[in-house]
Design a protein around this ligand. Structure first.
Ligand code: CTP
Ligand code: MG
Length: 222
């Protein structure tokens, strides 16, 4: 069984409001991810992680779904999601703050894990040069050929991700993504093709870019 955990329990501190519920081209940001995921035959069930106070939010989907409460950190929200789906073999984690993730990103990740990888994360090769800077001084220039910008969806073997989260809890390891918790376990993670357009809405100005993109997409759709 393949389950997708859609994360929507953040506070949106940098954005200024719970961005997962803001309106973008006539629907809530969260609904973009739901509409994409419900079209993927490989995904059997959706777990929508919401802030405690929004648990009664009205949600519709063509696919089977459940709503659960998130935690105070993203990592805790994922963990709550994992505890709610003991029947899963493969789990896909996606930030609802990324409205433009494509079906291909989900499908390629699921295929990689079915093919034997412990995990597959959506990422694309950096087009910019990345340098390490400490106290305003350049310390290192990283080889761009090996630098990837990491996004979600991220797909994993369920048992291993659960183990990685339990290990992180025990050792107080904090990761900004789930892949990191898997990496410290020595699990083998690969990449599936990401895109600049799959950016995460983080700051208020990001919604302007998102509006441009979705207006353009709706024109293309006729
Ligand atoms: N998220 C979550 N539970 C949390 C924190 C974050 O489910 N306790 C989700 C967010 O809803 C978002 C995704 O994780 O879809 C990525 O997190 P981020 O962009 O950091 O969103 P927020 O935490 O809401 O924003 P901020 O950090 O600015 O408060
Ligand atoms: Mg956050």
């Amino acid at each position: 069984m393949v389950v997708c955990i859609l994360l929507a329990a953040g506070e949106g501190k940098r954005f200024g409001t719970k961005k997962q519920f803001v309106n973008l081209c006539g629907k809530r940001l969260l609904d973009f991810s739901i509409r994409t995921v419900e079209e993927i035959p490989d995904i059997d069930k959706i777990v929508i992680v919401l802030p405690k106070e929004d648990i009664n939010l009205e949600i519709t989907s063509k696919k089977e779904f459940i709503k659960i409460e998130g935690g105070s950190e993203r990592q805790e929200s994922v963990f709550n999601g994992l505890l709610a789906i003991k029947e899963a073999e493969i789990v896909v984690i996606h930030d609802s703050a990324r409205p433009f993730a494509t079906k291909d990103m989900f499908m390629e990740g699921i295929k990689n894990v079915k093919d034997g990888w412990d995990g597959s994360i959506t990422a694309y090769k950096s087009v910019d040069t990345v340098k390490k800077v400490i106290d305003n001084q350049i310390m290192e220039t990283l080889n761009r050929e090996n630098i990837y910008i990491v996004q979600t969806p991220q797909t994993f073997k369920y048992e291993k991700l659960l183990k990685a989260h339990i290990n992180a809890k025990e050792k107080d390891i904090k990761g900004t993504d789930d892949s990191y918790l898997m990496e410290v376990m020595g699990y083998k993670i690969t990449v599936n093709q990401g895109s600049f357009l799959n950016f995460k809405i983080t700051n208020p100005e990001d919604i302007l870019l998102a509006q441009c993109i979705c207006n353009r997409f709706s024109k293309e759709d006729g």
